[in-house]
Design a protein around this ligand. Structure first.
Ligand SMILES: [Zn+2]
Ligand SMILES: [Zn+2]
Length: 377
């Protein structure tokens, strides 16, 4: 909810804070254990968030099994008492010194990155590309990547990583805002002005599906979603896709040309990581079109560079959710411009995080987001 106005009673200290908290910590690869940790203390520009719910992301599974892309003091995150988890929401229960941007009791969702605030990229608003990434002493934080995340009862957050959420938004829906923020940032870096422009989203995973919702909310026309799984494509339709293409039945480049009267589109948001996706995206955009890569293949892949150059095609890559995109995504969801709740959620309690992670791994093909509900609502 919004910061209370003068006429709303100030909420007092109605959130007793324990001395120790339960938190999942990563031992060796794939070794998670539930431990008691001292409650973390917010310093200047930070707050303590009581975590109410957290979504399990494919990247969390990657971090827990292989360490990367999490990195602590330049090394892998194993056996450092590290708590993973980055897609969480909760309630502010304590303010650090000087914090007046939020109040105790505010419901918030979090984004991952607080940049150092002092490097060139942070000054440009590109804090997800902070030049002091992982350098905690300089103020950089990335929840669940370089600093403790949300698979715990409480987490400390920099105020720049928080966005207010309305009272009528469920905990589970609020955990999806950071995902929508990543999709929003992808559209931002391509130019952000998309009303009336064609947008193709490749890959109906969580970021792709949120990309469809954001692109349609911003007026994209047509918004075309391509993928291999009918169930997820169907969900994309309900989130606002004008057209969907199952690439196992029709060549996606042919389909985009068929659906746009041969013109192609202005923007492609690539969320599949398929090895040939960039070459296909290049043939979906028109001359001077723009492609943003939000996923990547596991191995290096051949790219038809001559085609990109000859057609003046711009290619961008993003990491995370820079330029306050999470706030804009939160605004779209608060205005109910698309319904993130269509992505079904399946809920587990905090004590069952390993089961939740296993369940999420098994269902990675389905349009289901696994949410750990840490606090009953
Ligand atoms: Zn994630
Ligand atoms: Zn920085």
């Amino acid at each position: 909810m919004a910061t209370p106005r003068a006429d709303t009673p100030r909420r007092g200290n109605e959130y007793p804070i324990p001395e120790t908290i339960r938190a999942w910590v990563l031992g060796g690869p794939a070794e998670l254990s539930l431990v008691e940790k001292p409650v973390p203390q917010p310093v200047s520009a930070e707050v303590l968030v009581r975590v109410d719910a957290i979504a399990v992301c494919a990247t969390d599974i990657e971090i827990i099994r292989h360490g990367v892309p999490a990195m602590i003091d330049g090394g892998l995150p194993f056996n450092r008492g590290f708590t993973p988890g980055h897609e969480y929401m909760g309630t502010i229960v304590k303010l650090g010194p000087t914090v007046d941007e939020f109040q105790v009791g505010d419901r918030v969702t979090v984004e991952v990155h607080a940049g150092c605030g002092r490097c060139q990229r942070c000054r440009e608003g590109m804090y997800t590309s902070c030049l002091n990434y992982g350098y905690r002493a300089k103020g950089h934080r990335a929840n669940g990547f370089s600093t403790d995340g949300g698979f715990a009862e409480y987490a400390v957050n920099n105020i720049n990583t928080l966005a207010h959420i309305p009272d009528d938004m469920s905990d589970a829906e609020a955990t999806l805002i950071v995902t929508a923020g990543t999709a929003m940032y992808g559209l931002d870096v391509m130019g952000g002005v998309i009303a009336g422009e064609g947008v193709v989203v490749i890959g109906p995973g969580p970021i792709g599906l949120m990309g469809v919702g954001v692109a349609k909310a911003l007026g994209g026309q047509p918004v075309i979603l391509t993928g291999t799984r009918d169930r997820r494509l169907e969900m994309g339709k309900r989130l606002g896709a004008d057209e969907t293409v199952n690439v196992s039945r029709e060549d996606p480049v042919d389909a985009v040309h068929r659906l746009t009267g041969g013109k192609g589109v202005q923007y492609v948001l690539e969320c599949s990581g398929a090895p040939n996706a960039l070459n296909e995206a290049a043939r979906m955009v028109n001359r001077g079109g723009r492609i943003c890569l939000a996923a990547f293949p596991a191995e290096p892949v051949p790219v038809d560079l001559a085609y990109l150059v000859r057609n003046n095609i711009y290619v961008f890559g993003i990491r995370g959710e820079g330029k306050s995109a999470t706030h804009r995504a939160a605004a779209l969801l608060a205005q109910k411009r698309f319904d993130a709740k269509l992505i079904h959620t399946h809920t587990f309690p905090l004590a069952d995080v390993p089961t939740a992670i296993r369940y999420a791994r098994e269902r990675i093909e389905d349009a289901i987001k696994v949410v750990v509900q840490i606090r009953e609502t």
